[in-house]
Design a protein. Structure first.
Length: 276
């Protein structure tokens, strides 16, 4: 089976985007792993599928697979690439889109400067909605592992996130703590782990160990999660610049019960086809 694809990136977070509207296919987990393999396949953090709309209320369906073959609910950087892809491929002429993901419906706005703004939805803090094992909802929790005890915030941005504040992001124990926290038993569906350094109320630095992918240059949902946890804890203002290893995202959140809005770049790298 020969499959056409487009390689895209958003702040260095890279994706293989596949149109399953004009070509009919269903990928197995092993095929996703083959595509994502940087030596034997194309290489990417995630594989994104553009699908027909599952209902009249949305423009497209959007499926997201991590490099390990597992399907996940949401990806902010991928959503921006998704928006650029469907416009560049002539699948839509709209500048404002509604897209169905496994985590819910998201809204995408294509800006005139090739930036894309994404309505990432309302953050969910209730433990059973993250999901996270806790007796009640709280702004912070203590998490224990390997004789360590750390204070975290937990939130769902359509996918589960754990956020830790650190004094200096460059010295954060991401390679050590990331894989342990990703699979911590209190997160039954695993978790994305964000390490955040607060520079000022309107500026943070962030590194994210992503569930099923490891540390990536950028994570859109991770940037949103870090911002809303920081705002809820009183560290941050309503508009925050988030500096990730791959570049900067702008995040806006007006507060409880409101959507989080993320703005950042997305671009096409190359197109091709792969035999599966």
């Amino acid at each position: 089976m020969r499959v056409a694809f487009t390689k895209m990136q958003g702040l260095g977070n890279d994706f293989v985007v596949i149109d399953t509207i004009s070509q009919s296919l269903s990928l197995t987990a092993s095929q996703v792993r083959r595509i994502a393999d940087r030596r034997l396949g194309i290489g990417c953090d995630q594989v994104l599928l553009v699908a027909p709309p599952p209902s009249p209320e949305v423009d497209f369906g959007y499926r997201i697979f991590n490099a390990d073959g597992g399907e996940v609910e949401q990806c902010g950087n991928g959503a921006r690439c998704f928006a650029r892809f469907v416009r560049e491929q002539g699948l839509t002429g709209k500048e404002r889109l509604q897209v169905q993901t496994a985590g819910g419906v998201i809204r995408l706005h294509l800006e005139t400067d090739k930036q894309v703004t994404v309505d990432m939805g309302v953050p969910r803090f209730a433990p059973d909605e993250i999901p996270f094992k806790a007796d009640h909802e709280a702004d912070s929790y203590l998490l224990e592992f390997d004789k360590q005890r750390v204070e975290i915030g937990a939130v769902s941005m359509g996918n589960p996130h754990c956020v830790l504040r650190v004094a200096a992001i460059d010295a954060a124990p991401i390679a050590c703590w990331g894989p342990i926290l990703e699979r911590h038993p209190r997160f039954p569906q695993r978790v994305n782990v964000g390490f955040v350094e607060v520079i000022s109320p309107g500026h943070i630095r962030l590194r994210v160990y992503e569930r099923g992918a490891g540390e990536t240059p950028a994570c859109g949902t991770g940037a949103c999660a870090a911002m809303v946890i920081g705002r809820r804890r009183g560290w941050l203002s309503e508009q925050v610049n988030v500096d990730l290893p791959g570049g900067r995202l702008g995040i806006h959140w007006a507060g409880e019960g409101r959507s989080v809005w993320m703005t950042g770049p997305a671009e096409t790298v190359f197109e091709g086809a792969i035999e599966l």
